[in-house]
Design a protein. Structure first.
Lengths: 294, 449
C-alpha cells in the first residue's frame, strides 16, 4: 500500500514541479503573434495555391496583417469581396482588383493542326519542350500532354481528347496562375474575366510568318492585320505576325471576329455578329495618264 | 587495356553499315541555310543582308563574346533571306539563306591537295587563326575550340588528348578521317601541341577500330611525328565523353563544374576538329564543311559524305534512300542524337552523322515501374543516381535535383539504355539539368546585380 502511495505522490509532485517550470519557460520565450493573423487566415480560402505570390494562405495573412499598404495584395481565389472584408476587418484600404480567368491561347485542334511525327517518349509537355517542338509542325502550339492540367488544384482544366487541346472551365478557374507557370509554351494568359464568362481572344501564339503558320495549322493567326483595322478601340496590336487583343481596351464588340480569315479569334459565351453581306465597293475608275502629253 | 573507371555500357557498335564507305565529296548544294547559332554561347551576328553577294569562306556571322564562334559562307552566291527558319528539332533559329552561283572562293585560301607540315607560328597566332576560322568541337558539343586552347592563367597543360574514340554506335566519320586523312590529322596534332605548349599528345582510339590504330601508328613511324602516341582503349560507351576520355587516358578525374579539364592538365580535341585546325592554320580554310555519316540498317545505301554546312538534311537522305514507312531520324547517333523532325533543316557543325532507325529500333519499350535494380546507378559514368534524379525531375523538385548534382549529367543515355523497365530516365534528367542550369544562371545574374 505504501509503495503505491509513494509512486502516486512522487509522480504528482514531479508533474506539479515540471508544470510550474514549463509555465515560466513558456512565459519567458513567448512569441507574440498577432491574433488577427489567425482570423485573416480563416477568412482566406485555404487553398494554399500560391496564386497570391506567397508560399501559402498563412504567409499571405501574415503579409496582410503586417503590411501597412495592402492594396497590391490580392487573393485571386477569394476574389474582390473577400479582400474587401479582410481589409475592413484590418482597417486598411483594399486595392481594386479585376477578376481574371486563365485563357488557353491555341486553337490548333487535331483536325486543324495535323500531327507530323510520332512521339513515344514520356507524356510531359516540359520533357517534349526540352528537346523538340512536339508532334505537330507548329513550334508555338499546345503540346497536349496536360502539364497545366496536372498543375491545376481546382480541377478547372481539362484535356479534350477530341481536339487534343486543354479547355478552361471559367467557373472553376480561380486565376491562381499555376497553369501559366506550368505551360512551357507560355500559351496560358490570365485575362480579364467578363460577366457570364464572355471572352474574346486570339487563340494563337505563333510568331512565324503567315505562310509558315498556314502550312502547319489551319486555325493559326497569320498576322494579316484585318482585325486590327476593324477594331475601333485600338485594342488589337500586331507584333511579329501575331495579333494580340488587349483585354483592358477590348469592349467585346466582336467586329474583329468576322474579319479573321482563319478563325483564330475565339469568342466564348457570345453569338457572332451576323455576317454582313459583302458590299463590293465599286471600283474607282483610274484614269491612266500617260507621258504622251508631255 | 585502359578505360574509364566507373559506369558505362557496351551496346553493339553497328559500325559495319558504313565503316567501309570511303569519304565522298557531296555535290555543292544549290541553296544553303546557315544557322547563326552553331556553338555553345551567344548566337553570332549576321554580317550580310538580303541581296548581298558572298564568296565561299567569307565571314557571314560574327562571334559575340568570348564563348562564341565565327560562321563562314560554305558556298558562293547571293543571300536570299536572313530570317527565322526551323532547325532539325523544328525550333525557329536565325538563318542566312544563300542561293549558289558558281564556286568562287575568298582569296588566300589554299585549296591545293598538297600537305603542308611545317608550322612556325606561335601559340597566340594559332589560337587567333582557329578563332578566326570559327572552329568548334565537331564531336557534337560544338564548344568553341579557341576557348579550349586558351589556357587560363596559372594553369598548365600537360597532355593533349585527341578524341578518336567515336564510341557512339553507328557513326564512322571520325574513323574514316583517321584512315583517309591521317597526315592532316597528325599535323593538326602537332599544331595543337604548339598551341597549348605540350610535349606529349595521345590519340585515344577504341579497340573496335584496329585498322585505324595500325594506320596511325604506321604514319607516325614513317613520317617521324614526335611525342604523339596512339592509345588503344577498351571499347565502352561513353568513352568519347571528355571527362571519361581523360579518366581513361590519364587516370585523373576532372572535378565537378565549374572546373574544366585543364584543371587536371588535359586538353581534349576531337579528330575531325583537329583536321579542321590543320586546314585553318596551314591552308587558311575556315570551317565550312565536315565529314558526316549517313547510316542506318535499312537505308538503301550508307555513306560518309564530305558535305558543306547548310546542306539540307533531305539532300543527304535522298541519296541514301529512306526506307518506306515511319523512320526515326537522328542528328548524331542513337545514344545522344537529337531527333530531326524537319527535313528542310540544314546540316550544322556539330552533326557527325545522321542515323536512321526503322521498325522496332525506332520505338521505345512499354514503360513499366521501377524495380529498384540500380542498374542505372551502375551504368552512370558520372556516378549519379539516375533513378532519383529522374524522379526529382518528374516531380519538379529542382532544388533537390541540384543538390543531387543534376547539372553533372552528360546526357549519355546509359541509364535509359540499361533500364529493364524502359523508364525514360534521361528525358527527365535532361529536363532537370536544363532547369537547374537556368536556375544557377539566374542566381549568378542576380548576385552580380
Amino acid at each position: 500500500m505504501n509503495e503505491l502511495l509513494l509512486t502516486v505522490l512522487t509522480l504528482s509532485v514531479l508533474g506539479a514541479v515540471l508544470a510550474v517550470i514549463l509555465y515560466f519557460v513558456a512565459q519567458k520565450f513567448k512569441v507574440y503573434e498577432d491574433p488577427r493573423i489567425d482570423e485573416v487566415e480563416k477568412m482566406l480560402p485555404g487553398a494554399n495555391c500560391g496564386g497570391c505570390g506567397f508560399a501559402g494562405c498563412r504567409a499571405m495573412s501574415e503579409a496582410l496583417v503586417n503590411r501597412d499598404n495592402i492594396a497590391s495584395l490580392n487573393c485571386p481565389v477569394a476574389g474582390g469581396e473577400t479582400m474587401k472584408s479582410i481589409a475592413e476587418f484590418l482597417g486598411k484600404a483594399a486595392g481594386a482588383q479585376t477578376p481574371k480567368v486563365a485563357t488557353m491561347r491555341c486553337g490548333g485542334t487535331c483536325a486543324k493542326r495535323p500531327k507530323v511525327n510520332t512521339y513515344n517518349g514520356p507524356k510531359s509537355c516540359a520533357v517534349v519542350n526540352s528537346f523538340y517542338i512536339g508532334d505537330t509542325g507548329c513550334a508555338y502550339g499546345c503540346i497536349g500532354y496536360g502539364d497545366c492540367v496536372a498543375a491545376c488544384k481546382f480541377d478547372a482544366l481539362k484535356l479534350n481528347p477530341e481536339t487534343g487541346l486543354v479547355e478552361v472551365d471559367a467557373d472553376k478557374c480561380t486565376a491562381c496562375g499555376a497553369c501559366v507557370k506550368a505551360c512551357p509554351k507560355a500559351l496560358i494568359e490570365l485575362r480579364k474575366k467578363w460577366p457570364k464568362n464572355r471572352a474574346i481572344y486570339v487563340a494563337c501564339r505563333s510568331k512565324n510568318r503567315g505562310a509558315v503558320v498556314a502550312k502547319v495549322c489551319k486555325a493559326g493567326c497569320i498576322g494579316c492585320g484585318k482585325c486590327a483595322k476593324a477594331c475601333q478601340f485600338e485594342a488589337i496590336t500586331i507584333d511579329s505576325y501575331l495579333a494580340y487583343i488587349d483585354p483592358d481596351k477590348c469592349k467585346l464588340c466582336r467586329k474583329c471576329v468576322n474579319e479573321c480569315p482563319t478563325g483564330a479569334i475565339h469568342i466564348e459565351n457570345m453569338e457572332r455578329l451576323p455576317k454582313e453581306p459583302k458590299v463590293v465597293a465599286p471600283k474607282a475608275e483610274v484614269k491612266v495618264e500617260t507621258a504622251k502629253n508631255e | 587495356m585502359r578505360t574509364f573507371p566507373i559506369g558505362g555500357i557496351h551496346p553493339h557498335d553497328n559500325k559495319e553499315w558504313s565503316k567501309d564507305k570511303a569519304i565522298e565529296r557531296l555535290e555543292l548544294p544549290d541553296q544553303v541555310a546557315i544557322t547563326m547559332i552553331q556553338h555553345i554561347g551567344a548566337p553570332s551576328t549576321p554580317l550580310v543582308q538580303k541581296g548581298d553577294k558572298v564568296l565561299t569562306g567569307q565571314l557571314i556571322g560574327q562571334a559575340v563574346g568570348f564563348v562564341s564562334a565565327n560562321i563562314h559562307s560554305p558556298i558562293s552566291g547571293t543571300v536570299t533571306a536572313v530570317d527565322g527558319y526551323a532547325n532539325g528539332q523544328g525550333q525557329r533559329r536565325l538563318m542566312v539563306v544563300i542561293k549558289r552561283e558558281g564556286d568562287e572562293w575568298v582569296e588566300g585560301i589554299d585549296r591545293s591537295a598538297e600537305h603542308k607540315r611545317e608550322c612556325t607560328l606561335s601559340s597566340e597566332e594559332i589560337i587567333a587563326k582557329v578563332k578566326e576560322a570559327g572552329i568548334v568541337g565537331l564531336g557534337g558539343a560544338q564548344f568553341p575550340t579557341h576557348v579550349k586552347l586558351s589556357i587560363p592563367d596559372g594553369m598548365k597543360a600537360e597532355v593533349l588528348i585527341i578524341n578518336g574514340v567515336e564510341c557512339e554506335p553507328y557513326l564512322t566519320s571520325d574513323y574514316r578521317n583517321m584512315l583517309e586523312r591521317a597526315e592532316e590529322l597528325l599535323t593538326g596534332v602537332e599544331i595543337l601541341m604548339r598551341a597549348v605548349n605540350v610535349e606529349r599528345a595521345v590519340i585515344g582510339v577504341e579497340n573496335n577500330k584496329p585498322d585505324a590504330i595500325a594506320h596511325l601508328r604506321e604514319v607516325i613511324a614513317r613520317d617521324n611525328y614526335r611525342g604523339i602516341e596512339v592509345m588503344p582503349l577498351k571499347m565502352r560507351y561513353p568513352q568519347g565523353g571528355e571527362k571519361q576520355l581523360i579518366a581513361a587516358v590519364t587516370g585523373r578525374q576532372v572535378p565537378p563544374p565549374p572546373a574544366l579539364p585543364i584543371s587536371v592538365g588535359a586538353v581534349v580535341c576531337n579528330v575531325s576538329t583537329t583536321i579542321a585546325v590543320y586546314e585553318a592554320v596551314q591552308k587558311n580554310k575556315p570551317l565550312i564543311e565536315r565529314v558526316v555519316t549517313v547510316t542506318g540498317k535499312e537505308l538503301k545505301s550508307t555513306h560518309n559524305f564530305l558535305a558543306r554546312f547548310g546542306t539540307p538534311v533531305s539532300t543527304l537522305l535522298d541519296i541514301a534512300g529512306l526506307p518506306e514507312g515511319d523512320n526515326k531520324l537522328l542528328n548524331g547517333g542513337p545514344m545522344m542524337g537529337r531527333c530531326i523532325v524537319d527535313l528542310t533543316a540544314p546540316l550544322i557543325k556539330g552533326c557527325s552523322g545522321i542515323t536512321v532507325l526503322s521498325g522496332k529500333d525506332a520505338v521505345r519499350g512499354q514503360e513499366l515501374s521501377c524495380i529498384k535494380c540500380a542498374k542505372c546507378v551502375e551504368a552512370c559514368p558520372m556516378g549519379l543516381e539516375p533513378y532519383l534524379l529522374s524522379k526529382l525531375g518528374k516531380m519538379q523538385k529542382w532544388d533537390a535535383a541540384e543538390e543531387h548534382n543534376a547539372a553533372d549529367c552528360i546526357e549519355c543515355g546509359c541509364c535509359s539504355y540499361t533500364c529493364p523497365s524502359y523508364l525514360p530516365l534521361v528525358d527527365y534528367i535532361r529536363l532537370a539539368k536544363q532547369t537547374v542550369a537556368a536556375n544557377i544562371r539566374a542566381r549568378a545574374a542576380a548576385n552580380k546585380k
